[in-house]
Design a protein around this ligand. Structure first.
Ligand code: MG
Length: 162
């Protein structure tokens, strides 16, 4: 069978809220009444996106490539992971066609930060702003996100040949 010129991937990530006064979301510092418990900077948007990119290439998950036990990732800027995933797919002859991301939380409000987040992601992926979708939803007060115990993100990417 000839190889299809496109591939699709999905990613999902969760972090629990903890001490702090900001969240890193898509590489943007978002003020909040809490932070997240994480080994890296706990950026659910980038972690979900990286998993989608790795998944599209059947390369496993982010934890396999950036092991939480590795001290070099303590407090790491997740954009390092994103750029590394971008490099991995480029080396294999792919580019991100577009990405679509959903953030799930009751708070903080994502809308005011969406443009800045899209800009960071588009820049790191070398694609146009219009190729990065970012949406947010609450879970209607249900479940861990609804109770304000943490934040989750979903990402889907389409890879294409350059
Ligand atoms: Mg994570």
């Amino acid at each position: 069978m000839p190889e299809l010129p496109i591939r699709i991937g999905q990613g999902f990530d969760v972090h629990a809220f903890g001490e702090g006064d900001f969240l890193m979301l898509g590489g943007v510092r978002v003020p909040h009444t809490q932070g997240v418990l994480a080994y890296s900077d706990g950026d659910v948007v980038i972690h979900a996106l990286c998993d989608a990119m790795l998944g599209a290439l059947a390369l496993g998950d982010i934890g396999r490539h950036f092991q939480p036990s590795d001290p070099q990732w303590e407090g790491a800027d997740s954009r390092l992971f994103l750029r590394q995933c971008q490099k991995m797919l480029q080396e294999r002859g792919w580019r991100v066609g577009n990405a679509d991301i959903t953030v799930i939380c009751e708070r903080p409000k994502i809308g005011p930060h969406a443009a800045a987040i899209r800009e960071v992601l588009a820049q790191d992926l070398g694609i146009a702003l219009d190729d990065v979708g970012l949406k947010a939803t609450t879970s209607e007060t249900l479940g861990f996100t609804g109770r304000g115990e943490g934040i989750a993100a979903l990402a889907t990417v389409l890879l294409a040949r350059p």
